[in-house]
Design a protein around this ligand. Structure first.
Ligand SMILES: [Zn+2]
Length: 340
């Protein structure tokens, strides 16, 4: 009984002290146990952001949608999360970036911004006086990544891509960071995880958004769910559940469904590039296992005549494929994960 009384006293002490703690974020002071959404000015564009600052202490997790303009399911998953997560029950803080690339979204553009033709996920850590996309990256590096402990950047297949839901878990050859990153990746409940050790290690040339977190010692994952520019309910729900699973893993939230243990780890990703310009005819589906030299599709000229046969360079699982007809020589048609 005495222990119980002490525990209650201790918990009420934590609650009352933490309730007074403000989360200072882009000039805002956000009170513990509250939720705020606003449209933030960033250079000449804007960025819709929600912060849910929990009643109890815990880590800061950033969830981001819309780095690429036509990848939609995460937008709806994060709407649901904003609606459902109660700050008075949350441990730690959620930073939700609802749409990182608003110009690309309204232009329905694949990967690039219509303003400067740059890919936001290739210009990190950004430049203060750069083009619009570089300024967005600079803002995200200094205002968002600087305040976060963990980051999940959520993508989908563009209008021309199908993909198997998978997670990119970067490897930095830093034992403690790599362990934390992989544990977070496994917690999502997505059974396909690609280890990625080919990213730059220089914080000043980090290139991608999650890698900017990684080069600053913070786990940063990429989650890929959804295809062909669609917003299917199944994909939205898968992302929503993955976010809840990550929060549960980080001790921020109690989730009723705990993630699976049986994940397939891919140690390398290889791509098939078209050897001709013309019309692509895929002959395999995402999720399929292919053997080395297996035919994965063919390219015809504009009259329908065969001009190239495309084959897999290795045995593995098809994780991504372009599934619309236009193809140019050198463009990737297919990504294959190697799990040996
Ligand atoms: Zn993307």
């Amino acid at each position: 009984m005495m222990h119980y009384i002490l525990l209650v006293l201790f918990l009420s002490f934590i609650q009352t002290t933490h309730a007074d703690v403000l989360f200072s974020f882009i000039g805002n002071q956000i009170k513990a146990g509250s939720k705020h959404s606003w449209v933030q000015d960033v250079a000449s564009t804007s960025m819709p952001i929600t912060v849910i600052h929990g009643q109890y202490p815990g880590p800061v997790l950033t969830l981001t949608a819309g780095i690429h303009g036509d990848e939609f399911p995460a937008i709806f998953a994060l709407h649901k999360l904003r609606q459902e997560i109660k700050p008075e029950r949350l441990r730690g803080t959620l930073i939700v970036v609802h749409l990182a690339n608003l110009e690309g979204f309204h232009a329905r553009r694949v990967a690039l911004s219509p303003v400067d033709e740059k890919n936001l996920n290739r210009v990190f850590p950004g430049r203060k006086d750069g083009t619009l996309t570089e300024q967005i990256a600079f803002f995200m590096t200094h205002q968002i990544i600087a305040k976060t402990d963990y980051l999940i950047d959520i993508h989908s297949g563009s209008w021309n891509q199908t993909l198997l839901p998978h997670v990119y878990s970067p490897v930095m050859n830093n034992a403690s960071l790599d362990k934390k990153t992989l544990a977070l990746a496994k917690s999502l409940g997505i059974p396909h995880i690609v280890l990625y050790d080919e990213r730059p290690r220089d914080p000043e040339n980090a290139i991608s958004y999650p890698n900017t977190a990684q080069t600053r010692g913070k786990p940063g994952l990429t989650l890929e769910v959804g295809h062909l520019g669609q917003s299917e309910e199944l994909d939205v729900n898968l992302i929503y559940q993955a976010c809840l699973n990550a929060m549960s893993h980080l001790g921020m939230h109690e989730s009723s469904e705990y993630p699976m243990e049986n994940v397939v780890i891919y140690r390398k990703l290889v791509s098939v590039q078209s050897t001709e310009t013309g019309i692509f005819h895929p002959q395999i589906k995402v999720g399929e296992h292919v053997e080395k030299d297996q035919k994965i599709g063919w390219v015809s000229d504009y009259f329908g005549n065969l001009i190239a046969t495309l084959r897999s360079p290795s045995a593995g699982t098809v994780l991504m494929q372009k599934e619309t007809p236009p193809i140019r020589k050198g463009e990737t048609t297919t990504d294959i994960g190697l799990s040996d």
